[in-house]
Design a protein around this ligand. Structure first.
Ligand code: ZN
Length: 396
């Protein structure tokens, strides 16, 4: 039976650290170890998208709640933590573009209570880089004066001050995760998901080390089609008009993908809220209640809009990463680097590009894609950033 760390692909060093910490934590509970040896109360998991930051944090949370103190994967502590139902594990998944201060204060308050299961109170913040400044300060206060049995697990792309404040960083132990090699990702797809080796190998390479993305690409024909449409972009750039058309197509595809991703949850949330609010009412207090429910509906709509925006940006970002992979393949072909292409299925096209553009031209195009990503991350309107990129890709 695989234990809770089995999902962490190609992360031997991090898994070692976490296993040692879990053992030390169990020792603290039994009074046989002092806090500080292998265990500490605040951790940051960093790594590129898909490297398994939140998977690592959740596995560690499970190991802390495991009745054997190891993360056996079989006991109720492991099970309920991984299923998201453990009473002493709180998972903060920001739905919008940022985690607000109200949410963080409530969380910090609850995390200070005595663990009901007798082990640890664990707070997992899956996107600590999306904390608002005020929320970050509320979290920092809790990390600076931690209740004795509370553990904070933060996940962020990096420890760059833009992702995590220097003060929070300085109070946490760092667990860096690396981009798992595509061979390791393919192995997991074959062993755990029963995907055939050839499809697994293709998907793992195309996903550039992102396990979830690889799994989706191997299984979901729509995800395959979206990727194919993105990789058709370089061939379509034959003039200014075509470049602007390609920009529109990319934006609209991201919008459609995002809409499909959030539609179901949005509808369910709205229905649940309407049920909770009842169908109006009369008499004393009804007017006040109506005002209150209008506020709640507005609040929900605001949250949903923010989530939709984020889903769109995430979809667009995946497309840009695919596109960057193509120009990276052209660049490595132009310089004759002995490395495998990211996109085996468009390697020939990338090779043709390499002959036409030479290394400098391929590099300029790769930079145009990366500049577009940075611009969108810095809140430039996606359409403007993508149009500028397409024109740069066409002109070279
Ligand atoms: Zn267990």
């Amino acid at each position: 039976m695989p234990d809770v760390f089995a999902e962490l692909v190609g992360q031997d060093e991090a898994v070692d650290t976490l296993r040692r910490a879990a053992t030390a934590a169990a020792g603290v509970l039994q009074g046989t170890a002092a806090p500080g040896a292998g265990m500490t109360h605040a951790w940051i998991f960093t790594g590129p998208p898909g490297s398994g930051r939140s998977v690592a944090a959740r596995a560690f949370a499970a190991a802390l709640q495991c009745v054997h103190g190891t993360g056996c994967g079989e006991c109720p502590g492991c099970h309920t933590t991984l299923a998201g139902t453990h009473a002493d594990v709180r998972l903060v998944v920001p739905e919008g573009l940022s985690i607000g201060v109200t949410e963080m204060r409530a969380l910090v308050l609850r995390a200070a209570s005595t663990p009901s299961g007798g082990r640890w109170q664990v707070v997992v913040v899956t996107d600590a880089d999306r904390l608002t400044e005020a929320a970050g300060n509320a979290l920092l206060k809790a990390i600076e004066e931690p209740p004795p049995r509370t553990v904070f697990l933060l996940c962020a792309p990096s420890t760059h001050p833009e992702d995590v404040s220097v003060t929070i960083r300085s109070r946490c132990r760092l667990v860096p995760l690396r981009q798992p090699p595509s061979g390791a990702v393919a192995e997991v797809l074959v062993a755990r998901d029963g995907i055939d080796p050839e499809a697994a190998g293709w998907a793992a390479a195309a996903a550039q080390g992102d396990v979830e993305r690889a799994r989706l690409l191997a299984r979901d024909p729509q995800a395959q089609q979206r990727r194919a449409a993105v990789l058709a972009v370089p061939r379509r750039l034959t003039g200014v008009g075509a470049a602007l058309d390609a920009a529109s197509a990319l934006i609209e595809a991201a919008e459609a993908e995002a809409e499909a991703a959030v539609a179901e949850v949005d509808a369910a949330e709205k229905a649940a809220l309407q049920t909770a609010l009842g169908a109006g009412g009369t008499g004393r207090g009804a007017a006040g209640a109506a005002r209150g429910s209008a506020g709640q509906i507005k609040e929900l709509e605001k949250r949903q809009k923010s989530r939709a925006t984020r889903a769109q940006r995430d979809a667009l970002d995946r497309a840009l990463v695919d596109l960057a992979g193509f120009y990276r393949d052209a660049l490595t072909a132009a310089v004759g680097a002995p490395v495998a292409p990211v996109h085996a299925d468009t390697a020939e096209l990338a090779g043709a590009g390499a002959r036409k553009w030479a290394a400098e031209g391929a590099l300029r195009r790769l930079e145009a894609v990366l500049t577009c990503r940075t611009a969108i991350a810095a809140n430039v309107k996606p359409r403007i950033a993508v149009e500028a990129m397409m024109l740069a890709l066409w002109k070279g």
